[in-house]
Design a protein around this ligand. Structure first.
Ligand SMILES: Cc1cc2nc3c(=O)[nH]c(=O)nc-3n(C[C@H](O)[C@H](O)[C@H](O)COP(=O)(O)OP(=O)(O)OC[C@H]3O[C@@H](n4cnc5c(N)ncnc54)[C@H](O)[C@@H]3O)c2cc1C
Length: 569
């Protein structure tokens, strides 16, 4: 779904990092595991990313970098995560989180400074979190009090990735103001602001996974900085955060799909080499079905997050909705897939040595997806209040989405930060894929079309039920005291949105992608419609997908939607 130029950059990275399963590869799993055991940064991997110029991927093209499209950035980040999610989380993520805030709200000088800092190979960090407040970042107690032409900083930020070596820091602080929504600002602190007697580094936090990521802290005590450190206008920190993090709440989970790719590949390799009851373990029907199920989920997660990223370009006003939906849905999809693979691998999912040892690291690492950078519960709280308007204005319509949202290789308009909104605009072109996709199936008498219509019709019926349920929501269903029944509505919405994306992804790419895509769409929609396991899939669907999976593993092909070569020598 990405540009040729991004695929070229992915290929460069794939060549640079090589085959991670090769034990002689200094950038491979053997070394990644050794470093993880020691809880250290993966220095050879970081050097390779320096040489590649990874920071340029974060800097907008007009400021000298390579960032033009969010789906391209995701594609490049996925090449890193497929080897080591910790390298992504420790090298790329902190600078990404901080820089999007600056691209959105910074003035020309701040944008230029951050672009130059990144292009010179330095790191940024992003300090929102305070131990006392977790997800409730608007409760931040860190203060930046205006005093003449200075701001006086007081407070501490903890569990902050890369803060120990950041050249610059985006920090969220209370800056006063009478309205709660305007009580905070984002600050861009530069090198000299982060040193001196009034600034103190706080100890590192150890973690279960992502053990190479340094989570540190920083404390300020009556530390003066220039008032021009504010990003955008004073008091606009909450608003700007809610806009800027739409990019990252899509991109960060999206980059983790390749963790499941590697885990699935690792599982297939293990089963191919294992004989049970006199035959290859990979041929046991139950395991075969489970592998296909994970493959189907992986492609669906890829399609969903990639479409949401593209939607930010095409329909920026829907970003608040889609970012929360991706951050809500991807953890479930990817963690469920990993749990299934762990069951298949059995004891080998638990071993820290041997050819499957990378699996237990990936399993520990990926768990962060559900808790970092807003929890699922907080996403639910963002989504629910948007539903009544969506039900009235959007969900009942057959408002066809721009084809570029779903078509592989299609062009996209530039991402316009100024068009992002704090809340959704009552439109939803991902969910809408269900009704437009179904309408387009009218008269489609191909075998694929007929197979897909059955689950699509049942999902569309569910969509109408959801619309009625959402219309009946009252204000007591929103907010922190929302009852569990409201949570079920969000689950249903996320599942139907995913179905809309799967249907439209198939429809817009079926001609060029070959028959595996149709088999995938049948399997994905059948599962989403009724929870039928792949073993009960119609016709030869499971066999087709199983063959595709094995061929891709054997041929070193990505297991997601794009199917590009990986591990190139
Ligand atoms: C690997 C890693 C890297 C990190 N990097 C950074 C970084 O670079 N910068 C930074 O600022 N922070 C960073 N953090 C901090 C991280 O973002 C916080 O851990 C996060 O904000 C959540 O904190 P919490 O789980 O303690 O939240 P809490 O809000 O205390 O959550 C506790 C429980 O309450 C639930 N909950 C929260 N809100 C709601 C709600 N509205 N409705 C219902 N239930 C709710 C949660 O789901 C959870 O179950 C990092 C953390 C980790 C683990």
């Amino acid at each position: 779904m990405v540009t040729a130029s991004a695929l070229d950059r992915v290929a460069v990275l794939e060549r640079k990092f090589g085959d991670p399963f090769d034990s002689a590869n200094p950038l491979g799993f053997q070394e990644i595991l050794a470093v993880d055991e020691r809880g250290e940064r993966f220095a050879p991997g970081e050097r390779a990313l320096d040489e590649f110029g990874m920071n340029a991927e974060l800097v907008p093209y007009e400021l000298g970098g390579r960032f033009t499209r969010l789906d391209d950035l995701i594609a490049v980040g996925r090449a890193v995560s497929r080897r080591d999610p910790g390298l992504n989380a420790g090298y790329l993520t902190p600078s990404l989180l901080a820089s999007v805030c600056v691209w959105l709200a910074g003035d020309d000088d701040q944008r230029r400074y951050v672009a130059e800092t990144l292009l010179a190979g330095h790191r940024l960090a992003c300090a929102y979190h305070e131990l006392e407040h977790g997800n409730e970042f608007t409760a931040a107690e860190f203060t930046a009090r205006p005093a003449g032409d200075r701001l006086i900083l007081d407070g501490r930020k903890e569990v902050i990735a890369d803060v120990d070596r950041a050249e610059a820091l985006v920090l969220f602080a209370a800056t006063g103001g009478t309205q709660p929504a305007q009580a905070h600002s984002q600050l861009l602190l530069r090198g000299p602001d982060l040193t001196g007697a009034r600034v103190r580094s706080l100890p590192r936090f150890g973690t279960v996974g992502l053990r190479g990521v340094h989570l540190g802290g920083i404390a300020f005590h009556a530390a003066p900085v220039d008032e021009d450190r504010v990003l955008g206008r004073l008091g606009r920190g909450t608003e700007n955060t809610m806009k800027a993090f739409q990019l990252t709440r899509i991109a960060l989970p999206a980059m983790m799909t390749t963790v499941v790719d590697t885990a699935l590949r690792c599982t297939v390799r293990h089963l191919l080499g294992r004989t049970l009851y006199g035959k290859a373990a990979i041929d046991l029907p139950h395991l075969k079905s489970k592998l296909v199920d994970v493959f189907v989920t992986l492609v669906a997660a890829d399609a969903f997050s990639t479409s949401a990223a593209r939607s930010l370009h095409v329909y920026p006003g829907e970003g608040a909705l889609h970012a929360a939906t991706v951050k809500y849905q991807l953890p479930t999809l990817l963690l469920d897939a990993m749990n299934q693979l762990a069951m298949i691998l059995g004891a080998h999912s638990y071993l820290r040595a041997g050819p499957t040892a990378i699996f237990q690291k990936l399993m520990r690492d990926i768990r962060a997806i559900g808790v970092v950078h807003i929890s699922r519960a907080a996403c639910r709280m963002t989504l629910l209040p948007q539903f009544p308007l969506l039900a009235r204005r959007s969900w009942g319509t057959e408002d066809a989405a721009d084809e570029n949202l779903f078509a592989v290789g299609a062009d996209l308009p530039p991402l316009e930060f100024a068009k992002l909104r704090v809340t959704g605009n009552g439109r939803d072109h991902l969910f809408g894929g269900l009704s437009t996709g179904l309408a387009a199936l009218t008269g489609d008498t191909t075998p694929d079309g007929r197979l897909i219509r059955t689950p699509a019709e049942s999902l569309a019926t569910e969509g109408r039920e959801l619309r009625a349920a959402a219309t009946a929501l009252s204000t007591s269903d929103f907010g922190v005291d929302a009852p569990p029944s409201a949570a079920r509505i969000v689950d249903r919405y996320a599942r139907l949105s995913l179905a809309g994306v799967c249907l439209e992804t198939w429809r817009h790419n079926r001609e060029r992608s070959g028959d595996w895509l149709s088999a995938w769409a049948v399997a994905a929609l059948t599962k989403l419609a009724g929870g039928r396991s792949p073993g009960q899939l119609p016709g030869k669907v499971e066999d087709r997908l199983f063959t595709e999976l094995l061929d891709r593993c054997a041929g070193n092909i990505d297991l997601g939607l794009s199917g590009h070569p990986v591990f190139e020598a």
